[in-house]
Structures are given as C-alpha cells and as structure tokens.
Ligand binder design. Structure first.
Ligand code: ADP
Length: 521
C-alpha cells in the first residue's frame, strides 16, 4: 500500500504559478498536475477514509453500548446531588490563559454528569456570542462606590455558565484596549485587580440566590443557599470572607461551604496593607490577610486558605511540595500546614481533547489508527510550520506560558546542544516580551530546524500535541500541568521535569519520561 504523507494535504495546483513559468506553460503544467493531483488525491482520500472508518468504528460501537445501557444525562449516581458553584477569573473556552481556564471549563460538566447541579461564575471579558443577558442586576459595594453588575448566562454540557458583566472586566480586557485578563501586558497587573476581583466574589455570592435558572429538567429555580462554592486561586480569596461577613452574620447561607483550590501558589494577590480598607471587610479579618514579607502587605490567597472550609490543590505531589517549605510553598507553607490540604489530580476535558473527534487536526484517530495517522499529522505540522516534511525526523513540541516557571528560557538555551541531531522543534507560547523574542529568534538561528510562535493559538496547540513525537515540559515547578495529559491522550510522549503533578501523572518509562536529576533549577 502506498504511504500517505501529509504533503498530500498541502499540495495545491496553484503552486505552479509561484515557480515563475509563463501563463500558458503554467496552465499546461497546471492541467497536467491537476490530473496527477486528482489521482493522488483520490488515493489519499481512500486511504484516509479507511483510517477514519477504523477510527469511527470504535466510536459507533461505544455509542451502541451506550444506547443499550442508557444513562440519561443528569441521573444522580452519587447518592445526593450537590449544588456546586465554581468561581474563577478564567473559564475556558470563553476565557483562558492556562490550566485555570481549562479546569473551570472541563471539570464542571464532569461534575454535572455525576448528578450535581453546577454553575460557574466568571467575568464577562468579551461579548460572548452564546451568553444571553438575564437582565438580573445586583448592586455591590466595591471600594467606596456602589457598582451595578449584570449577569449573562448560557447553559452548556449540563452547566449553568454565568458571566459577570461590568466595565471593570469588559472594557479593560478586549473592548478598544486590546489588553489582557490580568493586566495590560503579560506579567503586569492592573492596579485595581483587588477591586475587580472583589466585585467578582460579591457577584458570585449573589448569583445562586438571585438567578432563577430553569435550563435543565432535573433542577429549577435559584440554586438557593444550600451550596458549595469552589473558589479558585487568589482572585476568589475574598469569597469566604464576604460569605461570613455579609451573609452568615445575617443568618444567610448558613449551610454553605467554601473549598479553596490552589492552582498556582506563585500568584497570591499581594497588595499594600492600606488596601485592606477598600475591601470593605470588618477589622477582625485583618489577621487573615496579614502577611509579613518585610513590607506591610495583605495577601488574598492567605485569606482564602485561612477562611475556607477546605483547602485543595491540583495534584497530590504538589500538595506535598506546598507544605515542604518556604521555597515551594512560596511563604504560605506554614499556614497550609495548619489548615491541611488535599491534592486531587486535575483531569482534562476529554471532549475538547479527543483525537477521535478533534476538529483542529486534519485526520482524526484513536488507538487502532494512531500508528498510521500520527506520521501524517507530523508532516502536516511540519508543512504548516514551513519546516521540511519528513516523517523520519523527530519533532519535539513545547506549549506554554513563557515565564520562568515553564523553563522555556532553559529550553531555548539547550537547543544548540541537540539541534544537530535529526530533529526539529516547535515552540508555542505567550508571556514575557524577552522570552517571546527569544523563541521568535529561533527561526533565524535554525531556519531548517526550529520555529517559535509567540501567539495564543488553540488550534495550533492541538496540532502540535497531535503532530509531535515528544512534548517537552521542563518546568521549574508545575502544580499539575495539563499538556502532558493532552500529549498522552494523543499518543505523544511527554518528557517532563520531576515536579508537582508531572510526577503524579507521567509514569516513568511507561507513559513518558521524567527528567529526575536533570530537573531545571
Ligand atoms: P498553566 O495553567 O500553568 O498555564 P497548564 O499546563 O495547566 O499550565 O495549562 C496550559 C493550558 O493552556 C493548556 O491547555 C495549553 O494547551 C494552553 N496553552 C498554553 N499556552 C498556549 C498558547 N500559546 N496557545 C494555545 N494554548 C495554550
């Protein structure tokens, strides 16, 4: 059987013109090529069709099993369904800079499928096409002003997606400013982030009471007061404080609980101590925010940890690292040792990251077709990157925020040591300007071997995961990491630093490789 290569996917008749032939000759060659390409194209389609049929056959079989054993969506299988309210600064796919957005996007539908009633509350940073104005308004005190926030809503995959609309989110982030979720540039925060996220927390506490949601046939009306809030990272550290000071002190939400989940302890929301007054909290909360780092500082993650009912993090190994000392616990190790912490390893969104249905890749595949399809996707990636198409060249991928945490700087410096081998490297990331320039320069330094794309590009992330042989994750620390999970699901081998959730998820020598003693310092 003829080998199918990705060059079939990229050959176009019009390439003839770019060879500079005169028009008549070009037309002739074009016609000749058209015949050849049609012929090749058909062979290629047949081959791909066969691969696709093999991939689909399993899905059809799975569907048939499902139909024989119907488990209607929403059936409660865990005894008692809970009312869960996830609150976060990001919620994929509407807003995402990394794993926080992925988790708020993927975990809630999984919880809903287990019979819980689930809502997410996150900011409305853009005019999301699929979320509608509920016309429900709430007034909350932010700093010394009364602000009106509006709720937008959509219902997807069993989850009520609630978006808090206020100029502090919408105008700042996309609007005309073209800036980012947390600040005007990567690594720079908006000066009023403590106020922006104070608004988010207060709106999130109102949402279960005021939104009359009837999207689902198992539940109706407001969620009410019997809820569990899952607060995520420092942006929601104020939530348990407001719950106690504004509601429970008045007999509201008496059964409500808060779980505070640490996705990355490196981000804590530290502000000058004088800012405590703009949070509108009673003085008795001062000690929960009080953080001594040589300056007078308040720390929102510190308060979230101390005021919540339960502290969680995204992997068991990271939980151990957090309490191991000042370095990995970023000076919150002492209070986490007191409260205790449970590490639950992150999952991935198996609907978004499914090679059998992924619309971002040219050919879908599963375990039965992976060996045939991956070389095609590798060549397709090489072609898209403008690299020489050759399935025998090893392709190494890297995707991630360009920050010291992810070790992209070390990777860029290590490239000269291995680039002489029969390999190519593709790096996708956004972040610090200097690091973006560092990866963009790779193409000039190694035109035949390396590409660095400083862009946030979800389709390309899928193509790199599917088309690479190896995915490198040389992080200095990594609370869980999702990229290695995506890689393993796509038959791509992760090579990871031995830190955090990478230790929990990549089984050395079986599902990938650990760097162990070669860890980045
Ligand atoms: P972190 O949360 O620390 O950024 P994770 O590994 O938990 O890291 O999650 C990163 C997520 O963000 C993954 O889904 C990854 O594909 C995505 N991602 C990171 N950088 C980019 C980028 N430049 N373009 C597209 N997706 C990206």
């Amino acid at each position: 059987m003829a080998t199918v290569t990705a060059s079939h996917l990229v050959s176009t008749v019009c390439q003839v013109n770019s060879h500079g032939a005169d028009t008549k000759a070009a037309n002739l060659i074009c016609m000749k090529n058209q015949a050849a390409i049609t012929h090749n194209g058909l062979r290629f389609l047949n081959m791909l069709d066969r691969l696709q049929t093999r991939t689909n056959a399993k899905a059809v079989a799975r569907q048939a099993v499902k139909q024989d054993n119907p488990r209607p969506w929403g059936k409660i299988i865990c005894g008692k369904g809970l009312n869960l309210v996830f609150v976060g600064a990001e919620c994929g796919p509407w807003s995402k800079t990394g794993g926080l957005g992925d988790v708020l996007g993927g975990l809630p539908p999984a919880m809903a499928a287990n019979g819980h009633r689930v809502m997410t509350v996150s900011p409305r940073y853009d005019q999301y096409m699929d979320a509608w104005d509920t016309s429900v308004l709430v007034e909350v005190k932010v700093g010394d002003k009364i602000e009106t926030a509006r709720f937008f809503h959509c219902y997807k995959r069993g989850v009520d997606r609630v978006f808090v609309d206020h100029p502090m989110f919408l105008e700042k982030v996309w609007g005309k400013t073209g800036s980012k979720i947390y600040g005007p540039n990567a690594g720079v925060d908006y000066k009023d982030n403590q106020l922006r996220f104070s608004l988010l927390c207060q709106a999130a506490l109102e949402a279960p009471k005021v939104l009359n949601l009837n999207s689902n046939r198992y539940f109706s009306g407001p969620y009410g007061e019997d809820v569990i809030f899952i607060a995520n990272d420092w942006h929601t550290g104020l939530l348990p404080c407001y719950l106690k000071s504004m509601y429970q002190s008045r007999g509201i939400y008496m059964n409500a609980k808060v779980a505070f989940c640490i996705h990355n302890i490196a981000y804590q929301g530290r502000f000058p101590f004088s800012d405590f007054s703009v949070l509108n909290l009673p003085d008795r909360f001062k000690s929960s925010f009080d953080f001594f780092d040589g300056y007078e500082t308040i720390d929102a993650a510190h308060a979230g940890i101390l005021e919540s009912d339960k502290v969680l993090t995204v992997s068991p190994y990271y939980a151990q690292e957090l309490i191991s000392g000042e370095d990995k616990g970023v000076e919150l190790d002492n209070i986490i040792r007191k409260t205790g912490i449970t590490g639950i390893v992150n999952g991935m969104d198996v609907q978004e990251w499914n090679p059998a249905t992924d619309q971002h890749i040219n050919v879908q595949y599963d375990a039965s077709t992976v060996m045939d399809v991956k070389p095609i996707l590798k060549e397709s990636l090489q072609a898209e990157m403008g690299l020489h198409c050759d399935r025998n060249v090893l392709v190494v991928g890297f995707i991630g925020r360009l920050e010291e945490q992810k070790g992209s700087d070390v990777l860029a410096e290590a490239i000269p040591r291995f680039i002489g081998e029969n390999c190519q490297i593709v790096i996708l990331g956004t972040g610090k300007k200097a690091m973006e320039e560092q990866i963009e320069n790779l193409e000039t330094q190694y035109p035949d071997k390396a590409r660095g794309i400083a862009n946030f590009n979800v389709p390309l992330a899928h193509k790199i995961i599917a088309g690479s042989d190896f995915i490198l994750i040389p992080s200095r620390f990594e609370p869980c990491g999702l990229i290695q999970l995506h890689a393993m699901r796509y038959g791509t081998v992760p090579i990871v630093a031995s830190t955090g959730g990478l230790v929990d998820t990549v089984k050395e020598g079986f599902t990938g490789f650990q760097m162990g003693a070669f860890n980045v310092k």
